[in-house]
Design a protein around this ligand. Structure first.
Ligand SMILES: Cc1cc2nc3c(=O)[nH]c(=O)nc-3n(C[C@H](O)[C@H](O)[C@H](O)COP(=O)(O)O)c2cc1C
Length: 150
């Protein structure tokens, strides 16, 4: 399967996590990592599945590197029917009212354009005790296992 692992980040955590997910999947799949700021609709269409890792910034906003991608979706309104994506958020419950809102907003934009969410959106809490890769890698492998048997 061809899997794009896309990250939206402000300070690099989502990029590091994308690399961890890619390392866990690359033995069994063709993986490619890209920053969302370098991603367009055709990149989503080229993959069997896009795994997106996205943090939250400001007041529950998208991080800087996801903003050009969101602007593109809003401005060009591409038809993303047939695109499948799974999204993992990075957040912090210290921001209780906007916990995980960056990944939530990005998921909404993609589904509005016709893309299909696969699996459940999980959000890592930087205020908790878990490492993001300890949650995100099993999450990604479970999603792929589910697709293989679907
Ligand atoms: C200024 C600032 C604002 C933040 N705002 C939010 C927020 O509204 N909601 C949330 O869940 N996390 C928020 N966070 C937490 C980040 O999403 C979290 O630290 C994440 O790991 C950053 O990942 P990145 O380096 O890939 O951007 C904020 C962090 C900072 C420093």
């Amino acid at each position: 399967m061809t899997i794009s692992i896309l990250f939206g980040t402000e300070t690099g955590n989502a990029e590091m996590l994308a690399e961890d997910i890619a390392a866990a999947l690359e033995d069994d799949h063709e993986t490619r990592i890209a920053n969302l700021q370098d991603t367009g609709a055709e990149d989503l269409r080229a993959a069997d599945l896009s795994i997106i890792v996205c943090s939250s910034y400001g007041d529950g906003e998208l991080p800087a590197s996801a903003q050009p991608f969101a602007d593109l979706l809003r401005a060009e309104q591409p038809d993303l029917a047939g695109v499948q994506f799974a999204i993992f958020g990075l957040g912090d419950t210290e921001y209780a009212e906007t916990f995980g809102h960056g990944s939530m907003k990005l998921a909404e934009l993609l589904t509005e354009r016709g893309a299909t969410p696969v699996g459940e959106r999980l959000v890592h809490d930087a205020a908790g005790g878990d490492l993001p890769e300890d949650i995100a890698v099993p999450w990604a492998t479970a999603i792929l296992a589910g697709r293989a048997t679907a």
